[in-house]
Write a protein of this length. Structure first.
Length: 241
């Protein structure tokens, strides 16, 4: 997105201009506090699995991605102003490589990291992307961060956040590698499905007369959702024993 785009966002903001996207994103943010959590039913099932069971883990991976609001919000922010499919493919591939590598390595090697801290950084990733879309870095500092590198780095943290949750449950070592690979493939399938829905919706939205009025508000709400997640996780970090 160029400086002209930043200017357009800054000029068109007015109260009520993004009511629909604001409602949608606020509904998503209501579940951000548990964005990476594995449901109790899935957790019990994971603990009962012994041996290589790729199909169930494929399903669980896809389910996690589709219901992972932090993933969806960050992905939404990343593609918000990407109009060419090859650009979308580059950024999504960087994000996928990032979260896939740390999820697999984190679980395989049992990395012991603080889940609250990682999830707070994930919230920060949503805030960063919203600010980037709003042109805040150029206005404040006169420079824009390298968006590809930022997408890759935050992808690492998204994957590490998932790894911390998976490690909370004692997955049987027998068949672990195949199960993790299946889970990761499921995550990518879920990401593809979520991305398809986002791109279709964005295509219609961008053609509407109110897009530029609503884009500012949508990114402000996305930023607010990121701050909600950050605040919740940092509170947990401070209060945790």
């Amino acid at each position: 997105m160029n400086s002209a785009t930043f200017g357009r966002l800054g000029r068109v903001a007015h109260p009520g201009s993004a009511l629909l996207p604001a409602v949608v994103l606020l509904l998503c943010s209501a579940s951000l506090a548990a964005a990476h959590n594995v449901t109790a039913g899935d957790a019990g099932y994971i603990q009962e699995i012994w041996g290589a069971k790729p199909i169930p883990f494929l399903y669980l991976g896809a389910k996690h991605m589709i219901t992972g609001y932090d993933h969806i919000l960050f992905l939404f922010g990343v593609v918000f102003f990407l109009y060419r499919l090859n650009h979308v493919a580059i950024y999504v591939s960087l994000f996928a490589f990032g979260h896939s590598s740390t999820m697999l390595l984190g679980v395989w090697f049992g990395w012991n990291v603080n889940a609250y801290l990682i999830d707070a950084i994930i919230g920060l990733s949503v805030v960063y992307k919203a600010l980037d879309n709003l042109g805040a870095f150029q206005r404040w500092f006169g420079v824009r961060p390298n968006t590809k590198i930022a997408t890759l780095i935050f992808g690492f943290f998204h994957g590490l956040g998932l790894a911390t949750k998976i490690l909370d449950y004692d997955i049987a070592p027998d068949g672990l590698l195949l199960n993790l690979l299946a889970f990761n493939i499921g995550v990518e399938i879920g990401q593809f499905l979520a991305l398809a829905v986002i791109l279709i919706a964005m295509g219609y939205w961008r053609r509407s007369a109110g897009f530029w009025r609503q884009a500012f508000g949508a990114n402000v709400v996305m930023m607010t959702a990121g701050f909600i997640l950050m605040g919740y996780q940092l509170t947990g970090l401070v209060l945790s024993p």
